[in-house]
Design a protein around this ligand. Sequence first.
Ligand SMILES: Nc1ncnc2c1ncn2[C@@H]1O[C@H](COP(=O)(O)OP(=O)(O)OP(=O)(O)O)[C@@H](O)[C@H]1O
Length: 295
Amino acid sequence: MSTGSTPLLDARGVTMRFGGLTAVNNVDLTVREGEIIGLIGPNGAGKTTFFNCLTGLYVPTEGTVSYRDRVLPPKPHLVTQAGIARTFQNIRLFANMTVLENVLVGRHTRTKEGLLAALIRGPGYRRSEADNRERAMALLEFTGLADKADHLARNLPYGEQRKLEIARALASEPGLLLLDEPTAGMNPQETRAAEELVFAIRDRGIAILVIEHDMRFIFNLCDRTAVLVQGQKIVEGDRETVQNDERVITAYLGEPLEQPTAGQPPAGQPTAEQPAGAQATDAQPTDAQSTEPSA
Ligand SMILES: Nc1ncnc2c1ncn2[C@@H]1O[C@H](COP(=O)(O)OP(=O)(O)OP(=O)(O)O)[C@@H](O)[C@H]1O
């Protein structure tokens, strides 16, 4: 699919300081319609902090984030409403709700009916509820989870919990989806399936910005990849540009960027046996909550 030239996301000079620590330093990044963009860097490079700045969880110390030419207010629900959805490095699902209910929660930014309508349950409300269920079921079909619609989220295997997070993010009808380590803890087969899913999402006209440690995943998928090191973007470009850049090689201490076994996280990353955030939690999942560091 050809990539468009219209900028969707435009981050300019984004800087985030925590006391004396500059976690993100003057980062520019543009994502255009139809693009899949990778964001890589060693542990602690500032990738998740940058995502948190883009999605309003953090108010950047400096810089602006625009979506479709409008500067976004740093409020998560307004960012979601504008058209940016995200998943988290550590899975955040409603563990004791069903798979379908989790996706329905993701639709709330696109639902107009308020509390009163819900209490009265008039025909308008019932129509809207039926429409929401239909859309949620369509997303479960799309992500391959339809036959688990009535299962509790907590009972899904790990790879399917990650898919459910994506389905829930898609429920807000985003134009841009941010994925934070979507394959962490997945086995190679699940990782390949995740690649297919990302392509399928892009084919629906949704641009993607993805943080990932699995370089094969990144280079298979991404039109461009930006590399963060100690909060700074040191290079951005296609596979060849990134792989041949001396600064990137140095940042990774000479480790090959291509990993020997597809889907295997590098040392220090969660494994399939001990995935980080493998359990769905009762934590509020998306924009209403947490400003906690996710590293
Ligand atoms: N809320 C916070 N308060 C203080 N320091 C923070 C906070 N959030 C992140 N940091 C620090 O900012 C730096 C960047 O962390 P961040 O989690 O963004 O890195 P990352 O590239 O996503 O790492 P990883 O690949 O390990 O997830 C780290 O030094 C981290 O300790």
